[in-house]
Design a protein around this ligand. Structure first.
Ligand code: DLL
Length: 433
């Protein structure tokens, strides 16, 4: 089976008609049901009936992460809460989560698009899909899980952690498709080598990797070390989760599921649309979502689009690997971390000053985050037990807010370099190539 459904081959003209139809319905829906959207549209002087062509999309105001925070938790939902059957969340900028919801129909669509991704990677009924993305509020685990089940594959919901156990399951259960972050794929590859398991004992044939930036070089390493084909998958919780875009056998850009989303790439400074091939910020409009249909959502991801026909036959536009972000969000072991969250935690602790530096390294393919923070001048720097205690309590507070562990080092007052102008709080030593 090469395609999951016929929509993947839709003629562009037919697609545009479908998109316009769905866009108009969605805009009407949010205007009627979501007050913050109605207010924004009134302010911009645009009514749902003004959307007559796809180009009219540009008349609609953008949505940003702050809008989700301002309307925390359910203020942007476009359906009654009793129609919501699932809630997920991802980290916000200052501790508040970004909450997203799905109706039954939304979950069906989500399963469909992740099933497309699996199918494009060569997975079929009969495969054993090993899902090592985290299960829980993060969309990775349950997102890929739904797609694998929809495809009719046997889904193994392993979730993250315990690498030794992952290998045992992989070998004993006959995992043939691996879903995890690309960095964890390399950790698994290393562990397989160290464990003495012979590659012939494993049935792995392909992997679907995403949730963090990676490179062609990393793809080559994964493919070589695990002896599988490695495919990219893109997504974000605000829009759906994994599966917003997916790679096909050509491995040359990810097809955006345009029957469900309208995509634009804009100049992040001016908001003006950019032509194919030019890098800018990806903006996505949901046209089939019921619970949380975001309009012109600024993803902060930097990418470029291409409408060049793809060798696989799919007609959906492709996006290039995201090249970075327009904000300061870090992705550490697949978890989104904003420096402002770290600052928020530090400000709530006593005995330190909010002078800090976050250092991110990748050691043995695993991200490591260290937070260096200055002790306040009135704290004795030589009271070792006290310092250790303090470090432990900061570590605990960070872990509970961020959802990942960090090393904490207390450093002497005034030892963190002060900069003039925009302060620098992050040193990211990870090299992608
Ligand atoms: O990471 C959803 C996901 C799960 C995608 C599993 C793929 C696989 P969030 O936690 O909301 O959702 O983080 C979204 O992660 O805006 C990008 O910056 C980054 N990201 C996701 N996929 C890729 C990728 C999930 N393939 C944020 N390449 C996005 C580069 C990616 N960055």
């Amino acid at each position: 089976m090469k395609y999951f459904d016929v929509y993947e081959l839709i003629e562009r003209d037919e697609l545009k008609e479908l998109q316009l139809n769905r866009l108009r319905k969605t805009v009407q829906r949010v205007y009627t049901n979501v007050k913050p959207y109605a207010d924004k549209m009134d302010e911009a002087g645009v009514k749902p009936e003004d959307i007559r062509t796809l180009d009219d999309l540009r008349r609609l105001p953008f949505t940003v992460k702050q809008d989700l925070r301002d309307n925390y938790p359910y203020g942007l939902f476009a359906c009654p809460t009793d129609e919501v059957v699932r809630v997920h969340a991802s980290s916000g900028t200052t501790g508040k989560q970004t909450v997203v919801g799905y109706t039954r129909a939304d979950l069906d669509i989500w399963n469909n698009i992740t099933a497309r991704a699996m199918c494009a990677a060569g997975a079929t009924k009969g495969d054993f899909v090993h899902v090592s993305y985290g299960y829980g509020l993060f969309t990775g685990g349950l997102g890929l899980h739904g797609g694998a089940e929809k495809l009719g594959a046997a889904t193994i919901p392993v979730s993250t952690g315990n690498t030794k156990r992952q290998l045992q399951i992989m070998r004993d259960f006959g995992s043939s498709v691996l879903c995890c972050t690309p960095s964890y794929a390399l950790v698994l590859a290393e562990a397989i080598k160290d464990s003495g398991i012979d590659r012939s004992e494993l049935k792995l044939k392909c992997g679907i990797f995403g949730a963090e930036p990676w490179s062609e070089n990393m793809r080559r390493q994964i493919e070589q070390q695990l002896q599988i084909k490695a495919y990219d998958i893109y997504g974000l919780s605000e829009i759906m989760g994994p599966g917003v875009a997916y790679e096909c056998s050509e491995q040359n850009g990810m097809h955006l599921n345009e029957d469900n989303f309208i995509v634009e790439v804009i100049n992040p400074e001016t908001g003006e649309p950019l032509p194919d091939g030019e890098y800018g910020e990806l903006v996505i409009t949901c046209i089939t979502k019921q619970a949380l249909p975001l309009i012109r959502y600024r993803t902060r991801d930097i990418t470029a689009l291409t409408h060049e026909p793809c060798g696989c036959g799919r007609t959906f536009v492709r996006m290039m690997r995201p090249r970075g972000r327009t904000d300061d969000m870090l992705i550490i072991r697949g978890v989104n971390v904003f420096p402002s969250q770290v600052e928020h935690v530090l400000l709530s602790m006593e005995g330190i000053v909010p002078q800090y530096m976050i250092v991110v390294d990748r050691i043995d393919n695993l991200d490591r985050m260290t937070v260096n923070v200055e002790l306040s001048p009135d704290m004795p720097f030589d009271a070792i037990r006290l310092l250790e205690q303090k470090e432990r309590s900061i570590k605990k507070a960070l872990e509970s807010t961020l959802g990942i562990s960090a090393e904490v080092h207390l450093v002497e007052p005034k030892s963190i370099q002060r900069v003039e102008g925009k302060s620098v709080h992050v040193i990211d030593n990870r090299v992608l190539d």
